[in-house]
Design a protein around this ligand. Structure first.
Ligand SMILES: *Cc1c(COP(=O)(O)O)cnc(C)c1O
Length: 214
């Protein structure tokens, strides 16, 4: 398949998912997850109209940010080492994986403002990033104290289960997001973005389905 065909397939599935639950496709933002993909492959998607890319490592992203056009919106989706958080915030206007006070302090040290999702560890998996939904009540007021850090909503990377089994995690995340006043919701990857859309996602993070295997 060509990049154009893969993008068309993803866009069709987004539209179908929206139709199935009465949502407007304009509410769903597609983030092309480009970790481990070449600048050339990214340029192809850029030329097809993609303007949001997601990267999970600062070192890998920096040369790509330099090489690609300036009108791209860069999304940081990897686990964030706190000693790199300040630099990450200066390169990425949107961070999906905020989950600690130390990160927050570092992010707030740079001048530009960032949009931030708080990452929730929805299935309480020890190897994954994010905080438990219970800890959110204590962490959110902390985030809201920093005027440069705009809390936008919640994010989760689900456990490796079948898409239909993800639904309950997505539903739970959406409920918690509404409770805390999140306007955006980052959930859904190549295998389950249509289920995520049906459950309220506004930002789907799609790698393999757009680029092919990593
Ligand atoms: C790699 C990654 C994705 C994309 O995964 P695919 O299955 O290739 O679509 C999405 N979100 C996060 C946080 C990732 O690390």
């Amino acid at each position: 398949m060509t990049a154009r065909e893969r993008l068309q397939t993803v866009q069709n599935r987004i539209e179908l998912a929206c139709e199935s639950c009465g949502r407007d496709p304009a509410e769903v933002r597609l983030i092309a997850v480009s970790k481990m993909q070449s600048v050339d492959a990214m340029k192809e998607l850029y030329d097809l109209g993609i303007r949001r890319f997601g990267e999970s490592r600062l070192q890998e992203a920096q040369p790509k940010i330099e090489a690609l056009p300036g009108d791209i919106e860069w999304h940081f989706i990897g686990q964030m080492q706190s000693n790199k958080a300040k630099k990450i915030a200066s390169c990425f206007p949107v961070i999906h994986t905020l989950c600690s006070h130390v990160q927050l302090v570092e992010i707030a040290k740079q001048d530009s403002s960032v949009s931030a999702f708080i990452e929730i560890n929805v299935a309480n998996e020890p190897q994954k990033g994010g905080i438990s939904a219970e800890k959110l009540d204590a962490f959110l007021p902390d985030v809201l104290q920093y005027p440069h850090v705009h809390f936008r909503g919640l994010m989760a990377v689900g456990p490796a289960v079948a898409p239909e089994q993800m639904r309950r995690y997505f539903q739970h995340l959406c409920q918690v997001n509404q409770k805390v006043g999140g306007e955006w919701l980052s959930m859904g990857m190549s295998g389950d973005y249509d289920v995520a859309i049906q459950e309220g996602s506004t930002h789907i993070r799609v790698g393999t389905a757009l680029f092919g295997a990593r």
